[in-house]
Design a protein around this ligand. Structure first.
Ligand code: SF4
Length: 383
């Protein structure tokens, strides 16, 4: 039987009567499908959240003690995917505060990837010779509880001003070694189409810039953002790669499928960067299901990130072996396209370090004794 992602996991399936939770049942379809409406109606306090789920004492007290440090902000669309009775629902774990956030482990760091250290001008991290990270906003459609940039994201005072944007563009323009620009944030799709078009057109006019990447979680948390007008605009500046962040198969909804299709149809390759999160996706079966769904959505599973050593996310961290075990259970057991790279983004700015299961049993000079995914042993002789 053909597998059709469109038949599963829609908000409508969860709420067949009105197509959405009670609190939004009278909302017009036009409003529900509008990304502006979704952003404006984000859930930001307990009173609003209690209208959608049965909030636990831990969630309530975690919100009270954390919201001044890191906002809560959940789009109605993403909230509608939550299980209202299960506090361990993977959608809920990623969006509703938990007590674990208040624990700062001794090894936690404010800026584990040393992004601030490698900033030649505010708003640009330039660590590798040929590519830069370009921060254009610090807003996001939803504030992920596991965010590595909690120090910046959701802080209205840290958003990029017009002056900063110009300084960043000027830096990219005069630095001819840069060929790849990762437009990041926060979420760059929190910018208006006009502001994004300004950025993309300025970059495309620079002869040394070959590709851009837009790093956005909107495909997951606000798929309504991927409008026809937006993709029409992006199409003018190809090649534009999209790097997104699906963490669980429950996020692979019809709405997300349509958003990915609109981007893929205008030629944007889409890569997924999953973060390994305890209780959300630290299970090879879940990752396999997610990756199979992503491939159906024309999204390539690209990275699995070990959870960074940022402050307030230690409750999400898994042992490093878990990531290696997941790769071991994918490689060979499913198509190679569904096997991403498991990496640790090295603390202190060391960059991404891949970790893979060890398939070399022994090497004798030119003779390599290897094992395959089933444990079978094979000898390869070098010439
Ligand atoms: S979308 Fe990305 S930057 Fe924004 S809160 Fe989530 S993880 Fe952080």
């Amino acid at each position: 039987m053909a597998y059709d992602i469109r038949t599963i996991n829609t908000v409508r399936d969860r709420y067949p009567e009105g197509g959405r939770p009670e609190v939004w049942k009278d909302t017009s379809q036009k409003d529900w499908d509008s990304w502006i409406w979704q952003q404006q109606k984000r859930i930001k306090n307990m009173e609003q959240l209690e209208k959608v789920i049965h909030v636990t004492d831990d969630e309530r007290s975690a919100f009270q003690n954390s919201h001044e440090m890191f906002n809560m902000g959940i789009t109605p669309y993403y909230a509608a995917l939550m299980d209202k009775d299960d506090p361990n629902c993977p959608i809920r774990l990623q969006s509703v505060p938990k007590g674990g956030e208040l624990v700062i482990a001794p090894e936690d760091m404010e800026d584990p990837l040393a992004e601030e250290r490698d900033m030649p001008v505010p708003g640009i991290t330039h660590r590798y010779p040929d590519r830069v990270l370009f921060y254009t906003t610090h807003n996001c459609a939803m504030y992920c509880r596991h965010c590595t940039r909690k120090r910046k994201v959701a802080d209205p005072d840290s958003a990029a001003s017009t002056n900063q944007l110009e300084e960043s563009l000027a830096y990219i323009e005069r630095t001819k070694s840069i060929r790849d620009v990762i437009i990041s944030g926060g979420d760059p799709l929190s910018n208006s189409d006009d502001r994004l078009e300004y950025i993309l057109s300025r970059l495309r006019a620079m002869n040394h810039i070959e590709v851009f990447r837009l790093g956005s979680r909107n495909l997951v948390t606000l798929p309504q953002r991927i409008t026809d007008d937006f993709v029409k605009m992006v199409k003018k500046y190809q090649p534009v790669y999209i790097h997104t962040h699906f963490n669980h198969p429950k996020e692979c909804t019809r709405e997300a499928f349509d958003a990915c299709a609109r981007l893929a149809d205008v030629g944007c390759p889409i890569n997924n960067q999953m973060v390994l999160l305890k209780g959300v996706n630290d299970d090879a079966k879940i990752v396999k299901e997610l990756n199979h769904k992503l491939l159906m959505m024309r999204v390539r599973p690209y990275y699995i990130f070990q959870c960074d050593m940022s402050q307030g996310i230690s409750h999400f961290r898994t042992p490093v072996e878990k990531g290696i075990e997941i790769i071991e259970k994918l490689r060979g057991w499913t198509s190679g396209m569904a096997v991403p790279h498991f990496v640790i983004d090295a603390p202190g700015g060391g960059g991404k370090i891949p970790l893979i299961p060890n398939y070399v049993i022994r090497r004798d000079g030119k003779k390599w004794l290897l094992r395959n995914y089933k444990g079978g042993q094979y000898v390869y002789n070098e010439p």
